[in-house]
Design a protein around this ligand. Structure first.
Ligand code: GCU
Length: 418
């Protein structure tokens, strides 16, 4: 009895010191039961049956996501200024013209800025469609080209990748190139635009003071995912001014945390012609109500700077969230949306991503589109190219050439010039 008592006491002490480690559920039988909120029911309970009514519901959903998940995007229209810093007409051995553009994000000369890098195929007859995606390690990480200006912003230390004292060193050139088949994209006739996500919000818990947020709002509610999504829209503001790009045919693509931001950007900003989520998982494409892999509690605990304060109040009552992630996908409708999963990326809940895409379909159908045509989760490497596209590939959490090939095929189908 005494030993038991001591054991319990010790157990309680250990618990108080270090909380029990998070054990993700990977058993489909233990996912739990849930009822998804209906994207086609208004807050007052009335049903949405016409495209006009959907416009109202769309506004409601945007507000619900802003209030409960991503935080409110400031409405201040900042006066942007674009400055072309560098032009290399012979990039990729003559395949493309590569430019670097500084985007000044406020009217202040010494205010925050983001560095956009743009590849435009040299073989083109008119304006080209383009992919826009953020990078994790600075523009110089996406290709080994020594002429690319090295990022100077804060980065997470990573000796293997050449990040020392939170700054990039020469060793970091091209470390992300594996994920960026730029030659292939350019050869397929598309431009590629990219910027370092840390230009908008350095990705750590105390990143806010050095982010763009204090320059734009006093609202405590806006956080990193919102700031990154905002950055996507500012990059599109630039692309709209660029004479080589057809800004009406820009696909915004994001991997993982960038995928969460790409979805929120695409939901809010209807100028994006296509939205692509790659392995975006929890609080991205995957259904929050499914207890599988990462959970709302876990994401809010590991990354408190990503979402707003109210989202944290749902950590242990996810069924009470007024929205679920199929509704962020529905906000892309009727525009083409592509959701990509990887079979070994169970943390991101591939089935939850598929089911979410399926549950967004009724909104696409209301708007006269086909939604996701597969009713069952397709097998590995069997991409579906309906207005909502989907694939699951072999392998781990990553962006591979296979993923890009599908994005290109999807874009060819849906962005073909008329
Ligand atoms: C973590 C996080 C995910 C996120 C991923 C990434 O694994 O839990 O939610 O998508 O990082 O961005 O790579």
């Amino acid at each position: 009895m005494k030993t038991l008592f001591l054991g319990l006491l010790l157990g309680a002490f250990v618990c108080a010191q270090s909380p029990a480690p998070f054990v993700p559920n990977y058993d489909e039988a233990k996912v739990g039961t849930y009822t998804l909120p209906d994207p086609l029911t208004m807050n007052d309970g009335s049903k949405v049956t016409t495209a006009q009514q959907w416009r109202k519901r769309r506004a409601e959903l945007l507000q619900l996501f802003a209030e409960n998940v991503y935080g409110r995007t400031p409405t201040t229209k900042s006066k942007l200024r674009f400055e072309e810093k560098l032009r290399d007409a012979n990039a990729l051995n003559g395949l493309a013209t590569r430019r670097e553009i500084t985007v000044h994000l406020t009217a202040k000369a010494d205010g925050p800025k983001m560095n956009l890098m743009l590849y435009v195929p040299n073989k083109r007859t008119g304006r080209v469609p383009a992919f826009l995606a953020m990078n994790y390690g600075g523009n110089h990480a996406v290709h080994a080209d020594p002429k690319i200006t090295m990022a100077t912003a804060w980065m997470r230390d990573n000796k293997d990748n050449g990040i020392v004292n939170h700054r990039a060193t020469e060793k970091s050139r091209g470390v992300e190139a594996r994920r960026w088949p730029i030659e292939m994209i350019v050869q397929r006739g598309y431009g590629v635009a990219t910027f370092y996500y840390g230009d908008l919000f350095p990705d750590h818990n105390d990143g806010r003071p050095n982010s763009i947020i204090p320059h734009l709002t006093k609202d405590e509610d806006w956080n990193a995912i919102g700031a990154w999504a905002w950055g996507f829209s500012r990059a599109l503001d630039y692309l709209e001014r660029d004479k080589d790009i057809d800004a009406k045919r820009v696909a915004v693509m994001g991997h993982s945390r960038h995928g969460k931001a790409a979805l929120w950007a695409g939901a809010q900003d209807e100028r994006f012609a296509i939205v692509i989520s790659n392995d975006s998982g929890e609080s991205g494409a995957a259904l929050a109500r499914r207890n599988f892999g990462e959970t709302v509690w876990r994401i809010n605990t590991s990354f408190p700077h990503w979402f707003n304060a109210k989202y944290k109040t749902y950590n242990d009552r996810v069924n009470e969230l007024p929205v679920d992630q199929h509704e962020i996908l529905a906000l892309i409708a009727p525009r083409p949306l592509y959701v990509a999963s990887a079979v070994e990326d169970q943390w991101a809940d591939p089935r939850g991503e598929f089911l979410s895409a399926l549950a967004a379909s009724p909104v696409y159908k209301l708007l006269g589109k086909d939604g996701l045509s597969a009713m069952q989760m397709p097998g590995i490497h069997q991409p579906v190219f309906s207005t909502i596209g989907y694939h699951i590939r072999a392998g781990i959490h990553d962006v591979t050439n296979y993923d890009w090939e599908q994005f290109l095929n999807f874009a060819d189908r849906h962005l073909r010039q008329t």
